[in-house]
Design a protein around this ligand. Structure first.
Ligand code: DOR
Length: 425
């Protein structure tokens, strides 16, 4: 397949470039200042309003297979990723059985390859067997099977001694540990952020201190072990501050946040809106501003979705019984583009946080837009307006508080692995 892209703007972590590209059999053959005149091409795109990014990557996705295929399976999750313009995902271990052994990791990789969709799937293995926080997994086996990191996401490792040993063990394989930082004795049975909204709704609150103490503990152990710690879904002002200070002190810590933490506040749950029930919970306006500042000044390295599909029967019930989580693969890009339009980050930062940095943290080679390199590209129409509806969603689930909202910006093509993929508008 031969593809020519003329007059598009290339956006990478290092800048914006007006270039023209020729791609042949999946390889970038030409990067030129002048338009490509090649005849007999299979695809020709000439559009000055489109942006070409190195394929996007979402490092925090729950694919639910094996075990919870009624919420999502590997194929439907990958379709959701394609619909969001995402060419690489890391999937969390809280499946059933848990991804705590090489057989499950291998299974996930094989299932993903069978789909032939233009998405690379990288399993994140559990830190402890069965996510029970007791026995550390066989990290070497899991790395050999294709795991790229370890995480008990969804439930923090409570015992600091076990986490310390896990960090030391992971370090010997040069693998990061992704921490779901939560002091569970404080958050137990909590439903929403503790404060005025939890009081109004009569729901047990999750105090911000649960995350703050969790992050403090996890950074402290990163310092002690000199291991690589990545803090998942940061939601509080103090959490961002702790990470900022740790980075300044030379501790090897990275972190991510999710679009709901920089666009929504705890007020979203008013009316007992279970689609906005997420862990960590949506916080206050002051936290939203602090998360934005963390993104702006580079404290927050990555934007990930924490795509957490749940069946409507697990959401359309009493608030206290509803599961935590919202889907996000298909809104990650437009909600991040919104930050660019609001002047919080620029396009370069978007490429860094949605493409290069997550891969770097996980030890995956980021796609490079250079002659001779394999093409792994997402082409975006930044001005395209669309409405998020059940029908527009490729995920099996539709639990998102953004349902019915107008989005601006959409990925319209993916070029990867020799394939040209047109995404339905
Ligand atoms: O809201 C959440 N849902 N937070 C998590 O940490 C886990 C996730 C899930 O698996 O549903």
């Amino acid at each position: 397949m031969k593809i020519k892209l003329n007059n598009l703007t290339i956006v990478t972590s290092s800048g914006l470039f007006k270039k023209n590209l020729l791609i042949e059999k999946g390889i970038i053959k030409q990067v030129s200042d002048k338009p490509i005149y090649a005849k007999f091409v299979d695809v020709a795109i000439d559009d000055k309003d489109l942006l070409v990014f190195p394929g996007f990557f979402d490092m925090h996705v729950h694919l639910r297979e094996p075990g919870f295929e009624y919420r999502e399976d590997i194929e439907s999750g990958m379709k959701a990723a394609v619909n969001g313009g995402i060419t690489g995902i890391a999937c969390m271990a809280n499946t059933n059985p848990v991804n705590d052994n090489a057989v499950i990791t291998h299974f996930i990789k094989c299932r993903a390859e069978q789909t032939e969709l233009p998405v690379s799937v990288y399993p994140v293995a559990a830190i402890t067997k069965g996510l029970k926080g007791e026995q550390i997994v066989e990290m070497g086996d899991l790395k050999n099977a294709g795991a790229v990191a370890f995480s008990d996401d969804g439930s923090a490792v409570e015992n600091s001694e076990i986490l310390r040993r896990a960090l030391e063990y992971a370090k010997s394989f040069d693998m990061p540990i992704i921490c779901h930082s939560e002091e569970k004795s404080l958050s137990k049975d909590g439903q929403v952020n503790e404060g005025i909204i939890s009081i109004k709704l009569g729901l047990k609150g999750i105090p911000r201190e649960s995350e703050i103490i969790g992050i403090f503990r996890d950074i402290t152990l990163a310092k002690l072990t000199k291991s690589r710690v990545h803090i998942a879904h940061v939601s509080t002002e103090e959490g961002v501050d702790l990470i900022r200070k740790a980075k300044r002190a030379g501790i090897y810590v990275t972190c991510e946040t999710c679009p709901h933490y920089f666009h929504l506040t705890e007020e979203e749950v008013l009316g007992y809106n279970t689609f906005a029930k997420v862990n960590p919970p949506l916080r206050t306006y002051k936290d939203v501003l602090a998360i934005r500042e963390g993104l702006r000044d580079g404290t927050i390295d990555v934007i990930a979705s924490d795509h957490a599909p749940h069946h409507i029967d697990e959401k359309d019930i009493e608030f206290e019984k509803a599961n935590f989580g919202m889907i996000g693969l298909e809104t990650l890009l437009p909600l991040t583009l919104e930050l660019v339009r609001q002047g919080v980050i620029d396009f370069k930062d978007l490429a860094e946080k949605l493409s290069r940095k997550p891969r770097q943290i996980l030890g995956i080679n980021p796609p490079v837009i250079k002659e001779g390199e394999e093409a792994n590209l997402t082409i975006v129409d930044p001005n395209y307006k669309w409405v998020l509806t059940k029908e527009s969603i490729c995920s099996k689930s539709f639990n998102t508080p953004f349902l019915g909202k107008t989005m601006k910006g959409k990925a319209i093509y993916i070029i990867k692995g020799g394939q040209f993929f047109e995404i339905n508008k």
